[in-house]
Design a protein around this ligand. Structure first.
Ligand SMILES: Nc1nc2c(c(=O)[nH]1)N[C@H]1C(S)=C(S)[C@@H](COP(=O)(O)OP(=O)(O)OC[C@H]3O[C@@H](n4cnc5c(=O)[nH]c(N)nc54)[C@H](O)[C@@H]3O)O[C@H]1N2
Ligand SMILES: Nc1nc2c(c(=O)[nH]1)N[C@H]1C(S)=C(S)[C@@H](COP(=O)(O)OP(=O)(O)OC[C@H]3O[C@@H](n4cnc5c(=O)[nH]c(N)nc54)[C@H](O)[C@@H]3O)O[C@H]1N2
Ligand code: SF4
Ligand SMILES: [Mo]
Length: 578
C-alpha cells in the first residue's frame, strides 16, 4: 500500500479513501470514492483547531496536562469517573480509551444519539442489522430514497444511483427530490403509515411472492389481516399522499430490482423503531431481502463481524440523558454534548455540578468552553488508525502522514494513563494488526471478512429464520399544536464541526420576514434565531440544522421506546416574534 493513502475519519456513510499529496487531500479514484471528497475535507486545513492544552483558561504544556489528568483521576473515586465518548473520529483505535476507563472501573455510556431506534426496529424484524452495502445498488433498477439526503450526507451514493429510477419520500424537497421520478412530500412522522399502506396495496393487488413468504415470512396473512383495519383513503389524506402516487410507485417498481435507502430522519421519534420495522415488513413482502440489487440500506453496524481487542465491560449510563451530576470527573472525548445531546438545559445544569470536566478534541465549542482541562487531539493525518463504514464493507487503513507538534493521539494519551495506573496495554501496531485480521483482500480493496455481500440470502437471523412482522398496528392521528421540528444535517457542518448554521428555515407564506429574529419554544425550552425562507419545506414544518447553537434547547432527553435513542424530532415547536 502506498504510504500517502489514508481515509476520512468523519462520522459519515461514505468513509472515503484519501490520497495525501503535499498538503492537499484528494479522493482516491478507485472504488466508492470516485475521485472526489466533500467540502469538509476539501477545506480540512482551513478550520482552526485547538493548538495547546489549557487548564482553567491558562495555556499549559502537554506534559503538565497529562499530569493534571492523572491527578484528577487519582483524586476521584472510580465510580465517580465518567468516560463520555462520541463519534468525532470513526477510527477503530479511538475506542482505546474505553479500554483504559473500563479497566480502571470507571463508567462508560450506552444508548445512541444517532441511529439506535431505527436499528432496534430492524433487529425486531430480521434478528440482526445487516446492511445492504451501497455498491450492491449498482445492480438496482429503482432506488427509493426514504428519509436520507444524499447530496448532503452521502454524496458518494450519487454516482452509484445515477440513471436509476428514483422515488423520494421526505418532508423536504431536497436536491434528490428535484431529480426524482416520484416525490412524496410526506407529513413528518408518518412513514410507518405509508409503509403499511404500500404493504396493504401489495397484498390487495397480489404483488408478492407467495413461495418466498411461505418460506421466510409465513405470518404474512396475520399481518395482512391487521392491515385490513387501516382505512386507506383517510390515512392517505392524513399523511398527505394520494392514491395516484401509490399506484405510480407500483407501476415503477413492479418486477424491478428495488433498493430502499433510509436514513436517520425517519426515526428521531419516540416510536422510531416502528418506522424501520414497517419499512422492513414492506421490503419483505416485496421480496427484497437476499436478492441481488435489492434490499434495505440504513446505517449498518460498522463493527459487524469485528471483535474488539479492548476491555469494554463496565458500568454504563445512557448517552441520551447522562446524569453528569453523579460524577466528579467527566472525560469527554470526540464529542460536543453541550450542543449535540438533547435537552441542552439539562446537560448544562448536570455538567455544572461536576468538579472536573476534561475535553479531549480538535475544535473549540460549547463544551471546550466550560471544560477545566482542555487537551487537543492529533488529527487523522498525524496518527495511525483503521476504519470501517456503516454503509459499505471496506476496511481502510488510516496511515499517519506527518509528524506534528500539536496535540496527542488517543493511543499515546491512553498509553500514558495505562502506564500510570498499571493497566495492561499492547503496542499500537498489535492492535491495528488485530483489526486487520478481520479483513480480506478483494481485488484492490480490503473488505471486512465474514460479512454476507447480500444479507439474508438464507433467511433471517431470527430463531426460526423467519421475518417477525409488526404487531398491534394503529394510526395515531396527532393533534399536537405547533410546527414539526425537522433537525437534519447541514451541508456546511458535520454536526457541530466546521461551519455552523445559525438560522431557522421556514415557508415564506408564514408571517415572518427573512432575517427577522424569532423565538422558537417547545415544552423543553427556547432559542432565538434569525429566519430564512425556504419553500422546499411544508407549511407545517420548520428546519433547524444539527449543529445550530441552541437547537437542542428545544429537544427532550427521553429515550425512544426501543433502542435507547435520542428523539430529536418528537417535540413540537411554537414560533413568536421577538
Ligand atoms: N454534511 C454532513 N454530512 C453528514 C453529517 C452532517 O452533520 N453533515 N452527519 C453525519 C451523521 S452523524 C449521520 S447520522 C448521517 C445522517 O444522514 P441522513 O440519514 O441523511 O440524516 P438527516 O440529514 O438527519 O436526515 C435525512 C433526511 O430525513 C428527512 N426527514 C426528517 N424527518 C423525516 C420524517 O419524519 N420522514 C421522512 N421520510 N424523512 C424525514 C430530512 O428532511 C432529511 O432530508 O449523516 C452524516 N453525514
Ligand atoms: N438537533 C440535533 N441534534 C443531533 C443530531 C441532529 O440531527 N439534530 N444528530 C445526532 C447525531 S446523528 C449524532 S451522531 C450526534 C453527534 O454528536 P457529536 O459526536 O458530539 O458531534 P460533533 O459535533 O461532530 O462533535 C465531534 C467532536 O469530536 C472532536 N474530534 C474530531 N476528531 C477528533 C479526533 O480525532 N480525536 C478526538 N479526541 N476528538 C475529535 C471535535 O472536536 C468535535 O467537537 O449528534 C446528535 N445530535
Ligand atoms: S463524504 Fe464523508 S467520508 Fe467522504 S470526505 Fe466527506 S465526510 Fe469524509
Ligand atoms: Mo449520527
Amino acid at each position: 500500500m502506498q504510504d500517502n493513502l489514508t481515509a476520512c475519519p468523519l462520522d459519515c456513510y461514505d468513509a472515503c479513501g484519501i490520497e495525501y499529496d503535499k498538503g492537499r487531500l484528494k479522493g482516491v479514484r478507485s472504488g466508492l470514492t470516485h475521485g472526489f471528497l466533500c467540502q469538509h475535507l476539501n477545506h480540512y486545513s482551513k478550520f482552526s483547531r485547538i493548538l495547546s492544552p489549557r487548564y482553567r483558561g491558562e495555556s499549559i504544556s502537554m506534559d503538565e496536562a497529562l499530569f493534571k489528568l492523572k491527578g484528577m483521576l487519582l483524586d476521584t473515586p472510580k465510580k465517580e469517573i465518567l468516560h463520555y465518548r462520541s463519534s468525532g473520529n470513526f477510527g477503530l483505535m479511538q475506542e482505546v480509551s474505553d479500554h483504559f476507563f473500563a479497566s480502571l472501573g470507571a463508567t462508560l455510556t450506552n444508548g445512541s444519539l444517532c441511529d439506535g431506534a431505527g436499528e432496534a426496529g430492524i433487529v425486531k424484524g430480521r434478528g440482526s442489522n445487516k446492511n445492504m452495502p451501497i455498491d450492491e445498488m449498482s445492480k438496482s433498477d429503482v432506488v427509493i430514497v426514504w428519509g436520507r439526503n444524499p447530496h448532503v450526507t452521502s454524496s458518494h451514493l450519487l454516482p452509484i444511483i445515477k440513471n436509476k429510477k428514483l422515488i423520494v419520500i421526505d418532508p423536504i424537497k431536497t436536491t434528490i427530490a428535484t431529480q426524482a421520478d416520484i416525490f412524496i412530500q410526506i407529513k413528518p412522522h408518518c412513514d410507518s403509515y405509508l409503509a403499511m399502506i404500500l404493504t396493504k396495496f401489495s397484498f390487495l393487488n397480489k404483488l408478492f411472492d407467495e413461495e418466498y413468504l411461505n418460506k421466510y415470512a409465513s405470518k404474512y396473512k396475520e399481518y395482512y389481516q391487521q392491515l385490513e383495519n387501516i382505512d386507506l383513503l383517510s390515512t392517505l389524506d392524513y399523511i398527505g399522499v394520494t392514491l395516484e402516487q401509490i399506484e405510480n410507485i407500483y407501476t415503477l417498481i413492479q418486477s424491478k430490482k428495488v433498493a430502499i435507502v433510509t436514513g436517520v430522519g425517519i426515526q428521531k421519534y419516540k416510536d422510531g423503531a416502528d418506522t424501520t420495522h414497517s419499512i422492513d415488513a414492506l421490503a419483505t413482502v416485496l421480496g427484497l431481502f437476499g436478492r441481488e440489487g435489492c434490499g434495505v440500506s440504513y446505517l449498518g453496524n460498522s463493527k459487524e463481524a469485528i471483535n474488539s481487542p479492548f476491555m469494554t465491560q463496565s458500568r454504563r449510563v445512557s448517552k441520551v440523558n447522562t446524569p453528569f451530576n453523579e460524577f466528579k470527573t467527566v472525560f469527554i472525548q470526540a464529542a460536543n454534548p453541550l450542543c449535540q445531546m438533547p435537552d441542552t438545559h439539562r446537560v448544562k445544569s448536570t455538567l455544572s455540578s461536576t468538579q472536573n470536566i476534561i475535553y479531549f478534541g480538535l475544535y473549540e465549542n460549547e463544551t471546550s468552553d466550560v471544560a477545566d482541562l482542555v487537551i487537543p487531539a492529533k488529527n487523522f493525518l498525524e496518527k495511525s488508525d483503521i476504519r470501517t463504514s456503516y454503509s459499505h464493507n471496506n476496511m481502510m487503513m488510516m496511515q499517519k502522514q506527518y509528524e506534528s507538534e500539536i496535540g496527542i493521539s488517543e493511543y499515546d494519551l491512553v498509553s500514558y494513563l495505562c502506564h500510570a495506573f498499571k493497566i495492561d496495554f499492547k503496542d499500537e501496531a498489535e492492535y491495528i494488526k488485530h483489526f486487520m485480521n478481520f479483513s480480506k483482500i478483494n481485488g484492490d480493496t480490503l473488505k471486512v471478512s465474514n460479512r454476507e455481500e447480500i444479507p439474508y440470502t438464507n433467511g433471517f437471523d431470527t430463531d426460526d429464520r423467519e421475518f417477525n412482522f409488526p404487531e398491534k398496528l394503529e394510526i395515531a392521528k396527532e393533534s399536537k399544536d405547533g410546527f414539526y421540528l425537522i433537525s437534519c444535517k447541514s451541508p456546511k457542518s458535520l454536526n457541530s464541526q466546521f461551519k455552523r448554521e445559525e438560522f431557522v428555515y421556514l415557508h415564506s407564506s408564514h408571517d415572518f420576514l427573512e432575517n427577522e429574529q424569532v423565538k422558537l419554544s417547545s415544552k423543553q425550552g427556547s432559542v432565538t434565531l434569525k429566519v430564512k425562507h425556504n419553500d422546499n419545506l411544508r407549511r407545517d414544518s420548520i428546519l433547524v440544522y444539527s449543529g445550530t447553537m441552541g437547537v437542542n434547547n428545544l429537544t427532550c432527553s427521553e429515550h425512544s421506546s426501543e433502542g435507547k435513542n435520542a428523539i430529536y424530532q418528537e417535540n413540537r415547536v411554537q414560533i413568536s416574534k421577538c
